[in-house]
Design a protein around this ligand. Structure first.
Ligand code: PMP
Length: 389
């Protein structure tokens, strides 16, 4: 047989830098892996026990593509009371993680060549989701000295006749920045004037250190042109259960339903039973996890700030710290690999989050404090041995 002909879209995708770093570390003794974007806590047993009971009682079959009706109803009640708007079941779609919602949204909203404005630094996977839908990602850079908060003028300038979507992620992966309320007002204004859909990825909205972040969904009229993407993965330490969801205008959700139907049939039935149990979880358990993340993030920020040549913006949420190491090494990939080989510490090189993020690294505070302290000791030693450009 001749060489297999492959899709250019897929061939042109880069392998995930985050996974690649993990692979490079495989087999190394005593590695401290700070690349993993998932809580290290076990899923709370109250969730696991109830999901297993439900599985034993037969919840192991397809659910409707829209999702387990009990989960959809529960979310409709919670979201309506949280937003103060009427979020009815037909406005909600349960998906295979937030990833399932993102991929269904882009496939439903984009024609080939349509543009998506995304704020950089950004979650690397967005590029693949947009590429699968034959869309065109247009990065809008945010700046270190502005705390990685987007500039609305830069967003406005990037709008073209092909722009269809503004993609927001607050709290942000990798910077942990949260968009302030007045910025959301301004972005809503841009979206309304240019008739753009906003996809608001809010998967870290419960892991915040400065109170509850606001959502663009609640800005006047924005419920008619915003899709909010959420997940059980981070909030409830449930990454492996693969349950996320989105809500937005019924006309959009009803079309996205076809994508979910034909791509995954439905999210995992047992995962959805776990999600129902998660919604009943005592909120103090989530607050405890958030406090733990905050303490870890503070520890890492304090340690990094004391190291010469490292600059950072303290995150307001998430469990990531995004640090500028440009003074030490302008090539983030070489820096990350050299740090791994010398000190067995895994971090994610900044270029994974966009071209403007070269010279930075992402540290995930998803290990206990003792281990994070050890990692910081090793980094400090590395800088002493390799400091300077
Ligand atoms: N959005 C962002 C910003 C993320 O960081 C992630 C996971 N790293 C996701 C979406 C996907 O999450 P899920 O596990 O729910 O698919």
């Amino acid at each position: 047989m001749n060489a297999i002909r492959l899709s250019k879209t897929v061939q042109n995708l880069k392998y995930s830098v985050i996974r690649e770093m993990g692979q490079l570390a495989q087999g190394m003794p005593d590695v401290i892996n700070l690349s993993i974007g998932e809580p290290d806590f076990p899923t709370p047993p109250q969730i696991t026990t109830r999901a297993f009971d439900d599985a034993q009682n037969g919840c192991t079959h397809y659910t409707p593509s829209q999702g387990d009706p009990e989960l959809v109803k529960k979310l409709a009640d919670i979201l309506s009371s949280k937003t103060g708007l009427s979020v009815t079941p037909p406005m909600i779609l349960i998906t295979h993680g937030a990833m399932g919602a993102l991929t269904a949204a882009f496939r439903t909203l984009l024609e080939p060549g349509d543009e998506v404005l995304l704020m950089e630094p950004h979650f690397p996977d967005y590029l693949a989701h947009i590429a699968f839908a034959r869309g065109c990602a247009v990065p809008v850079e945010t700046r270190f000295d502005q705390g990685f908060i987007p500039d609305p003028n830069a967003i406005e300038v990037a709008v073209t006749p092909r722009t269809r979507i503004i993609l927001l992620n607050s709290p942000n992966n990798p910077t942990g920045s949260i968009m302030p309320a007045d910025l959301l007002d301004k972005i809503a204004d841009i979206a309304r004037r240019h008739n753009l859909v906003v996809i608001s990825d809010e998967v870290y909205d419960r892991i915040t250190f400065t109170g509850s972040p606001e959502s663009i969904y609640t800005r006047p009229g924005m419920d008619r042109q915003t899709l909010v993407v959420k997940s059980f993965s981070k909030t409830f330490a449930m990454t492996g259960w693969r349950v996320g969801f989105c809500y937005g205008p019924e006309a959009l959700i009803s079309q996205m339903l076809k994508v979910v139907n034909y791509s995954t049939a439905c999210a995992s039935s047992v995962g959805q039973r776990a999600a129902i149990a998660a919604l009943d979880l005592d909120s103090r358990i989530i607050e405890q996890m958030t406090t733990t993340f905050e303490q870890r993030v503070n520890l890492v920020c304090d340690r990094l700030t004391a190291m010469p040549g490292i600059r950072l913006v303290r995150p307001s949420g998430s469990f990531y710290v995004f640090a500028d190491i440009d003074c030490i090494h302008p090539d983030s990939r070489k820096f990350a690999i050299s740090l791994l080989n010398s000190e067995q510490v895994v971090v994610v090189p900044g270029y994974a989050f966009g071209n403007s993020c070269e010279g930075c690294i992402r540290i995930a505070c998803t290990l206990p404090r003792g281990r994070l302290n050890q990692a910081m000791d090793r980094l400090q030693r590395y800088l002493m041995n390799h400091g300077g450009k």
